[in-house]
Structure formats: C-alpha cells, structure tokens
Design a protein around this ligand. Structure first.
Ligand SMILES: Nc1ncnc2c1ncn2[C@@H]1O[C@H](COP(=O)(O)OP(=O)(O)OP(=O)(O)O)[C@@H](O)[C@H]1O
Ligand SMILES: [Mg+2]
Length: 334
C-alpha cells in the first residue's frame, strides 16, 4: 500500500463500521465505527474500544474469519464481524449489520408456521368428519350435513392455496414492469359486477363515481381487477349487515396519478391493527373473517399488486364510522 493512500477516506466510503487494527491498537476507524464505539476509538486499545468478550476473543488472535454475534451497540442487534489480515501487521475489521437479514428470516419462519396452521385447521375438521363417516357411526340422515362440512373445509383449503399461489406469482413479477394501458373505469365496473350478487344479498349499495376522461394507468389488467375486487369484497364482507350499508368506489386524477378510493361505512378497524393489515394471514377480527370464508391474504395481495405497479396504498379507518382504502397508480406514459 502506498504511503499516501487515503486510508481514512477509503474507510469512510464504507457504510458499515470498519477499522484497521495493528497489534492491539485501532489505527484508523471510519465514521460508522466511531458512531458505534465512540469518537475516541482511533488510537485507542481495541480492548477498551470493544468491550465485548466474545468479539475480543475472536479479534485478538488476529486470524482471518467471520463471527456472528449480538450485544454490540444495542443488546438485540445481530452483527457479522469480518476480520481479514492486510499485509504483514494490519487487521481489517468490518461489522456487517445482520438485522434486515434476520428479520427476513423470521418473516419466512413465521410465514411457514402461519400457513401450516391455517391449512391444518380445516384439515383436522375434514379428518374428524371423514373418520366418523368411515366408522359408520353417523345417522344416515346426517351424512349430507357431514359431506357439506367436508366440502366447505376443503374449499377453504383450496382458497388458501390459490391465494398463496397468486401471491407468489405477483411476487415473482415484482421487478417486471406492468406495461399494458389499463382503463381504471373498466376495472372498477368489472369488480363491481363481480360483487353485485353479494351486495344484493347484504342489501348494500355500491356507488361508483369515475371522473370523465380518466387517463389509462400502466398496469396488468387481471392484477388490477384482483386489487379492486379484493377491496370491494372486504368492504362488503365487513360492512354487510350494518344498517344503511353503503360502499363508495371512486377514481380521479391527482398529481400524475390515478387515485382509486374504496370507502365503506362498516364497523371500522381499531388503530393498532392498521400497520399490520397487509401482513399475510393477519386479521383484525379473526372470527368474522373466518366465518365469512376469509383467508387473511387479501390485503397482502393488494399490497404486492400496488408495489408491482409502483403505486401507493393507504388504509384509514375510524371505529364505528368505516374504512377508506386509497390506491394511487402512476398514469401510463404516452
Ligand atoms: N373494509 C374493512 N372493514 C373492516 N375490517 C376490514 C376491512 N378490510 C379489511 N379488514 C380487516 O383486515 C383483515 C385483513 O383483510 P384481508 O383482506 O387481508 O383478509 P380477509 O378479508 O380476512 O380474507 P381474504 O383473504 O379472503 O381477503 C380482515 O380480516 C379484517 O379484520
Ligand atoms: Mg379480504
């Protein structure tokens, strides 16, 4: 290394905490390392700078290697320590923040646990009813009812699997820009038609208000239909049964975007649930969702479709007044 090599500038160009160590002295530390271990770390003894016994056990022998540990900075934060020999006397130490990787891994583990739980519940019911039928202990006049329960639970499992497959297809297309020119008015009309039978059954009125001459958005028609359909079916599912159930679906241009709003005057959602609604299988009202055949995947699908379309999603709700979901999608370029 040339003597005039700008080591400090080089270390500062790294985002992660990094330092050079000679013997037991820290000869150079970048801004992130100074923020983590204190401004006086440079020129100090490494044993005073990093007071973490496991980290010191790893660093002091001065051998190349990697170590994962927690307890540096904050108690829970996981780090990967990467130690490399540089030339004859120097050691290069870099700390890589593993918090994002750990939380992605936790999400994956939670997802597998949740999906297994959601599938096991209907499967247990099916098994129980099937065993009773097999034993011949069921009164023949109850057989039809038992068959109905089995079919209902099997349908529920199929819905979960279809929704999961749909979610993974949307995720797989995440980086593929959707380029069709989609007329939002058409999407809304089809989504309202899909839900009209349910609306009639609930005695709900769906009011549609679409601005004249709405420009097309750049998108994927089936996905956008799925998005609006999910929002309208949520509004119906949760507002249904309430007096004067009314749903408003509107679309208008707002700052180079098409803004779609689905609003209901249903029971609303308590504030603490709002940030978690787009998580897979998260339900604010589990009993109501399950009783009406919900899988808890609808808003996760909505979120992924919005992200794929480089749009924005906002869910606002007031308990006792209703819920408003706003989606903003970029207008298609000419
Ligand atoms: N318009 C709404 N009014 C009240 N609660 C709602 C509304 N929309 C969503 N929620 C709450 O958010 C939760 C998550 O909604 P999501 O659409 O993801 O799942 P779901 O409706 O339970 O099932 P599905 O996968 O069939 O859509 C619901 O379980 C419900 O508790
Ligand atoms: Mg839903």
């Amino acid at each position: 290394m040339a003597n005039d090599f700008p080591i400090a500038a080089f270390l500062d160009a790294l985002d992660e905490p990094a330092m050079l160590i000679e013997g037991t002295a820290v000869t150079s530390a970048n801004a992130s390392a100074r923020a983590l271990f204190g401004a006086g770390i440079e020129g100090n003894d490494i044993r005073l700078a990093i007071r973490h016994p496991r980290a010191l056990e790893f660093i002091l022998p001065g051998r190349d290697g990697d170590l994962e540990l927690t307890g540096i900075g904050s108690l829970e934060r996981p780090w990967q320590l990467r130690l490399r020999r540089v030339g004859k006397t120097l050691l290069f130490l870099q700390l890589i923040d593993r918090a994002a990787a750990h939380s992605a891994e936790k999400m994956r583990v939670d997802f597998v646990a949740n999906a297994s739980h959601e599938l096991r519940t209907p499967l247990s019911v099916i098994l129980g009813y099937a065993e009773s039928l097999e034993d011949g202990a069921v009164d023949p006049k109850d057989c039809g009812r038992f068959g109905g329960v089995i079919r209902g639970e099997a349908k529920r499992m199929l819905r979960i699997i279809e929704d999961l497959m749909s979610l993974s297809r949307i995720e797989a297309d995440r980086f593929v820009a959707a380029t069709d020119r989609v007329a939002v008015a058409h999407v809304i009309r089809s989504a309202v038609d899909n839900n009209s039978a349910m609306a009639a059954k609930c005695g709900c009125h769906i009011h549609v208000q679409v601005e004249d001459g709405l420009p097309p958005v750049a998108g994927d028609y089936p996905q956008l239909l799925q998005l609006v359909d999910n929002l309208i079916s949520n509004a119906l599912r949760y507002a249904c049964g309430d007096r004067d159930c009314t749903i408003e679906v509107s679309a208008a241009v707002e700052r180079q975007q098409v803004r779609i709003i689905v609003r209901d005057n249903g029971p609303g959602i308590a504030r603490e649930h709002l940030p978690r609604l787009t998580e897979r299988f998260y339900r604010a009202d589990p009993a109501r969702s399950r009783d009406s055949g919900g899988t808890g995947l609808g808003l996760a699908i909505v979120k992924h479709i919005v992200e794929r379309h480089r749009g924005l999603l906002a869910i606002d709700s007031i308990v006792g007044e209703g819920t408003t979901v706003t989606v903003r999608l970029p207008i298609a370029r000419l």
